[in-house]
Write a protein that binds this ligand. Sequence first.
Ligand code: CP
Ligand code: NVA
Length: 313
Amino acid sequence: MDLSDYKPKGKLEHKHLLTLLDYSVNEIYEILAMALKLKNMLQRGKKHEYLKNKTLAMIFTKSSTRTRVSFEQGIRQLGGHPMFLSSNDIQLGRGETIHDTAKVLSRFNIDGIMIRTFKQSDVEELAQYGDMPIINGLTDDFHPCQALADLLTVYEAFGRLEGKKLAYFGDGNNMAHSLMIAGAKAGMEVAICAPQGFQPREDITEAAKKFGKVVVTDSIDEAIAGADAVYTDVFFSMGQDKDPKKEAALMPYQVNAQLMQKANKDAIFLHCLPAHRGEEVTAEVIDGAQSVVFEQAENRLHAQKAVMYLLMK
Ligand code: CP
Ligand code: NVA
């Protein structure tokens, strides 16, 4: 789809963003088109306070740089207010239930909640009992906001998503899951390349395959052939202990110059960040000419502003 011609309708069927499994192709394009529109307005210095005086509560039970800053800055640019709630400071961290937290926040005119936590079921429970839109800012299973920013970044690099191939190397984690779903829905070909034992969850893979061309393989040559976008993520996600066996299994899947040479000539390199140079990617690649990791980070802001606008207006 050509997003420059697409007129965002400003409408989504959904109240929450828990996983992109719930979103249609059109809704994903709606978000991307809105993100481009808001990005353009910001760059032209045009005010866009579409969420004036609305409050976004942001619950974090894991660390964050990009998600925290981009949501805080994003809601401010939309005229609203961020409320940062670290689990170290709120009673949730001392065992208060998600149910009670959702019920209480619903009494304080909170217009939306972004939550980053461990269990996907906690995000779902928050959505069940809260009366405001809930946005998943990363769980052990999914990272939908990152995947939307990634689609935007690939779109900007190539002017389209359909038919483009994304090859992901490394741990079959939350990023691999969200990229399979987002990429397949957007008409991309997605190859997830990981060794046995570290491949993405089978139920999520099967779900993603229903939407498009998704391959899970341990063959590096199969995955890299014809790749337009090469992606990797950390060996150890937040909440996981370092394990030398896992590191040894994933090291051959490192994205390095030799691997990048096997991709298409104009291929781009993506990483959700934070990165560990010398582990999942070499410094040469992440700091090299093909890397778009900081464009990607910036696009978190634009994609999430679109999500907030569409869900909270
Ligand atoms: N990519 C990402 O979500 O970064 P943070 O952990 O810094 O939020
Ligand atoms: N897979 C990583 C992504 C960080 C943005 C993690 O969950 O820690």
